[in-house]
Design a protein around this ligand. Structure first.
Ligand SMILES: Cc1ncc(COP(=O)(O)O)c(C=O)c1O
Length: 352
């Protein structure tokens, strides 16, 4: 792997006590081009500008996918990634559906490790802070014809981040727009899935909510996801979450939390949940907690659910199950409890 180090680190300009999400990119990035039918030698270089013409295929046809994951500074100073192979596998699943060539594991994993080693001073040491990692791949031929690209570019950029959401959120059950349809690309992290979600989300924000709860595209009868997070409910002492379909992104956080819930011996059902059931539970006070699960916020408690113009308050207990789960996960990530699942991958580097 070629490595070109930055001549001037930007680290001293960063206020680690005030980190807007995803704005401050670390000094270096990984870049690997797919050309003439093969992935070329990856290189690490200073974070910088794109070098493509305006015919860049991805800009026109959206053949592009990304990942979101985090590296942590454990209490003992070690730098550790959370389930990076899960994100690698999901990126290639997205790539397959989007006709993007499979990214070799060594390009992803060795590139990531080297990048973190070089930029380890960018990994925050403060509680609830981490280094957000954004691998992405895009069609990089320069022609405008609606067929798949010949060339592709895979990159990894990173950004130190603090907590994603401030406090609990108010969500609206979406009854008009859809995020995904059966047979479509909802289960991938295709860039276009996010571009298509901004409009309905901004409508919900205009109405005083923070996010939407997506429902099925056919009847808006079943709940699916909460914004860019998977959804978990606690109804009458039972955890409920919708089952994975090709319309839902299989969250790494969701998978981890399901495991943790099961291992606490708490009852959990992965099954279709109707809007009616959710609204009824909220109305009758049986909905004890509701939260989103995702890399960015880990656990994001929901305090209000809006449906048909009616708002239902949901308890957001400080010592409830959502916070218990967040602590279980945080303790594993920070090395405070035993990682009996083998989720953490420590970097073999000296801590700085
Ligand atoms: C649509 C959507 N659902 C769910 C998730 C949660 O996935 P993960 O836990 O892997 O971050 C994300 C975030 O990546 C997302 O964008």
């Amino acid at each position: 792997m070629k490595v070109e180090m930055t001549q001037q680190s930007r680290l001293k300009d960063i206020d680690f006590n005030n980190l807007p999400f995803g704005k401050n990119m670390s000094d270096h990035m990984l870049v690997c081009h797919f050309k003439n039918g093969a992935w070329q030698e990856p290189e690490i270089r200073p974070y910088g500008q794109l070098e493509f013409s305006y015919g860049l295929h991805a800009l026109h046809y959206g053949q592009s996918a990304f990942e979101g994951m985090k590296a942590y500074r454990k209490d003992n100073g070690a730098v550790s990634m959370f389930r990076p192979l899960d994100n690698f596998a999901r990126l290639n699943k997205s790539a397959e559906r989007l006709m993007i060539p499979q990214i070799p594991e060594h390009v992803f994993m060795e590139g990531l490790s080297k990048l973190l080693e070089l930029d380890q001073a960018w990994i925050p040491k403060t509680e609830d802070h981490s280094l957000y990692i954004r691998p992405f791949v895009f069609a990089s031929s320069e022609f405008i014809a609606a067929r798949q690209s010949d060339d592709y570019t895979f990159c990894i950029i990173t950004s130190p981040v603090g907590p994603y959401y401030n406090g609990s959120v108010k969500v609206k059950i979406e009854q008009e727009f859809s995020r995904a349809a059966s047979g479509g690309i909802g289960y991938t992290k295709a860039a276009g899935n996010y571009g298509g979600a901004f409009y309905p989300t901004s409508k919900a924000i205009e109405e005083g909510y923070n996010q939407v709860i997506w429902t099925d595209h056919k009847e808006h009868k079943y709940i699916e996801e909460s914004g860019t997070m998977n959804l978990m409910l606690l109804v009458d002492g039972v955890f409920l979450t919708p089952p994975l379909t090709d319309r839902i992104l299989a969250g790494v956080t969701r998978r981890s939390i399901i495991q943790l819930i099961k291992d606490q011996g708490w009852p959990l059902e992965e099954r279709p949940i109707t809007v009616e059931e959710l609204v009824m539970a909220a109305r009758e006070g049986k909905l004890q907690e509701a939260f989103g699960m995702g890399t960015a916020a880990v656990v994001s408690q929901i305090d209000t659910i809006g449906y048909n113009g009616e708002n239902f308050s949901i308890p957001v207990p400080e010592n409830g199950k959502a916070m218990d789960i967040k602590k279980l996960l945080t303790d594993i990530r920070m090395g405070r409890s035993e990682d009996c699942y083998g989720w953490m991958m420590d970097l073999p580097i000296s801590s700085k």
